[in-house]
Design a protein around this ligand. Structure first.
Ligand code: IPD
Ligand code: CA
Ligand code: CA
Length: 264
């Protein structure tokens, strides 16, 4: 697939930040043994990656706005475009030396996500999507969601968090109901990886709550371009703003949504 100029810019920013994260990831093993652990080091790696993405994108498109996990919002002058950025999605994995994390970037145009890039630098998987242009892995394989028709045959990804919130408890109740109804549950530790692996067909479905727009936006376009669908827990078509995701192919998404609605 020949990349557009826009995707080229996004890929350059994501891979440059990815190289910085990979260098820092190489240090993590040494830091694990210290009693304090690598927490401060990881915070710095995260900020550094965001700075790289910000600088690259700003240089290429000086008028666009930004919404970034670490630095928040930066206004733009063109009134149409906004970058949505998670420089390190999968922080807990990164901190523990688990090579599943990603740089995730989406571009919003007039309120709609029109391009996205998700890059896992350790396993060198680059996911790209542009509205109407399909979703791709490493520029070579066009992605398509898995075609399974029965939830009982599905590998289903989710997020399990322990912030002590009502959303966490709801998640655990859902997990209790859904686990016996599926072939397997997986927790990757990165919402962007969950959504991109759903787009490749490795996962058949995915649900989670309490997500942030930068967790959802890049993967959502990939999923849509791979033929998948997404709603919130009440069945309203996907939004990046209310934190809830139920996703899969049309048939499986409907079955998972029904199971989720049944959990109070
Ligand atoms: C987290 C990951 C994780 C999800 C959490 C997110 P972070 O993002 O996407 O999979 O379960 O809700 O906060 O903190 O690693 O950028
Ligand atoms: Ca995140
Ligand atoms: Ca993050």
């Amino acid at each position: 697939m020949a990349r557009s100029a826009l995707l080229n810019i996004m890929v350059q920013a994501a891979t440059k930040a990815g190289r910085s994260l990979t260098r820092d990831f190489g240090e993590i093993e040494n830091l694990q043994v210290s009693r304090k652990g690598p927490a401060d080091f990881v915070t710095n790696a995260d900020r550094k990656a965001e700075e790289i993405v910000f600088e690259e994108l700003r240089k290429a498109r000086p008028t666009y706005a930004f919404l970034m996990e670490e630095s928040g919002e930066v206004a733009g002058t063109d009134g149409q475009h906004r970058w949505i950025i998670d420089p390190l999605d999968g922080t807990t994995n990164f901190m523990h030396g688990i090579p599943l994390f990603a740089v995730a970037i989406a571009l919003e145009r007039a309120g709609e996500i029109v391009a996205s890039v998700i890059y896992n630098p350790v396993i060198d998987e680059l996911y790209t999507a542009e509205k109407g242009g399909g979703a791709w892995l490493n520029d070579r394989s066009r992605l398509r969601v898995a075609g399974r028709k029965h939830l009982s045959e599905c590998v289903v990804a989710t997020g399990i968090n322990s912030r002590g919130s009502a959303g966490d408890l709801l998640q655990l109740r859902q997990l209790g109901q859904i686990t016996p109804a599926v072939a397997g549950i997986r927790r990757s530790g990165s919402a962007s990886i969950d959504l991109s692996w759903l787009a490749t067909g490795r996962f058949d479905a995915y649900w989670e709550n309490q997500l942030q727009p930068w967790d959802i936006a890049p993967g959502w376009l990939l999923l849509r371009e791979a033929g998948g669908t997404m709603t919130d827990f009440s069945g309203t078509p996907g939004s990046i703003w209310n934190g809830e995701v139920v996703a899969g192919n049309e048939t499986i998404q409907a079955q998972l949504l029904k199971a989720i609605k049944a959990v109070k």
